[in-house]
Design a protein around this ligand. Structure first.
Ligand SMILES: O=C(O)c1ccccc1NCC(=O)[C@H](O)[C@H](O)COP(=O)(O)O
Length: 214
C-alpha cells in the first residue's frame, strides 16, 4: 500500500460518505454548482459533512462563487478545504483564503503545454492545486466531465512546491498508469466511480482507491 491520497468528488448521499470512508480515501468533495448532476444544497452538504469520520478532509467545490454564497456555505457546513473550480483570478484565490481561513485548492485546466504556466501562477496563492482536464468549449460543466488530458505533459516535472492532485478522466483501470506517468501523489475522481451521472458506486470507489494506492 502506498501513501497516495485519494479524493472522491461529488458525494450526495450518506451511503457515498460511508463508501468513501470505508475505502480509505483522504478527501470527500461536495459540489455546489446548480447545473451539475452532483449538485448538493447547503443543507444536504451540512448533513453529509457531519457524518464524515474525523480525518476525512471535507472539501466544498464552488465555481466563481461570490462572498454571499461562500459565507452561506462556510457558515452551515463543517469544512476542511475550499476548492475553486471556475475562472477565479489569483487575487480572488488569495482573498477567499484570507476571508475564510480555510486551505484553498485551485483547479487549473490543462489541454496542452500552453496551459502549464497557470500552475506556477496559482501555486503562489493557493494551498493546493487540482490539475484537471480543461473542459471542452461547449461543456456545461467546468469539471467532472470524465475527460483525461495528455499525462505526458506532466511527466518528469518536479518544480511545483505546493501539493497537487491529478484529475480528469481517471478510473479504476487507468489510475495506476496515470500515477506512474505523472508522479502524482494525490488523485481525484468523479465520473470514473459512478454508475450513472451523479450516482456514486461503492464498488467503484473501493476499486479506484485500491488501484491508486497499490
Ligand atoms: O463534478 C462536477 O459535476 C463539477 C461541476 C462543476 C465544477 C467542477 C466539477 N467537478 C470537479 C472535480 O473536482 C472533478 O472531480 C474533476 O473534474 C474530475 O472529474 P472526472 O473527470 O469526472 O473524474
Amino acid at each position: 500500500m502506498t501513501d497516495i491520497r485519494v479524493k472522491i468528488c461529488g458525494l450526495s448521499t450518506p451511503q457515498d460518505v460511508a463508501a468513501v470512508a470505508a475505502a480509505g480515501a483522504a478527501y470527500a468533495g461536495f459540489v455546489f454548482f446548480a447545473k451539475s448532476p452532483r449538485n448538493v444544497s447547503i443543507e444536504q452538504a451540512a448533513a453529509l459533512a457531519v457524518e464524515a469520520p474525523v480525518g476525512l478532509c471535507k472539501v466544498a467545490l464552488t465555481v466563481n462563487a461570490g462572498d454571499a454564497e461562500l459565507d452561506a456555505i462556510t457558515r452551515a457546513v463543517p469544512l476542511d478545504m475550499l476548492q475553486l473550480h471556475g475562472r477565479e483570478t489569483p487575487g480572488r484565490v488569495a482573498e477567499v483564503r484570507s476571508r475564510y481561513g480555510l486551505p484553498v485548492m485551485k483547479a487549473v485546466g490543462i489541454a496542452d503545454a500552453a496551459d502549464l504556466p497557470q500552475i506556477a501562477l496559482y501555486e503562489q496563492v493557493a494551498d493546493q492545486l487540482l490539475i484537471d482536464a480543461k473542459p471542452p468549449k461547449e461543456a456545461e460543466l467546468p469539471g467532472g466531465n470524465g475527460l483525461a488530458f495528455d499525462w505526458r505533459l506532466l511527466a518528469g516535472r518536479k518544480y511545483w512546491q505546493k501539493p497537487w492532485m491529478l484529475a480528469g478522466g481517471l478510473t479504476p483501470e487507468n489510475v495506476a498508469e496515470a500515477i506512474r506517468m505523472t508522479g502524482a501523489r494525490q488523485v481525484d475522481v468523479s465520473s470514473g466511480v459512478e454508475s450513472a451521472p451523479g450516482e456514486k458506486d461503492a464498488g467503484l470507489i473501493e476499486a479506484f482507491t485500491r488501484a491508486a494506492r497499490g
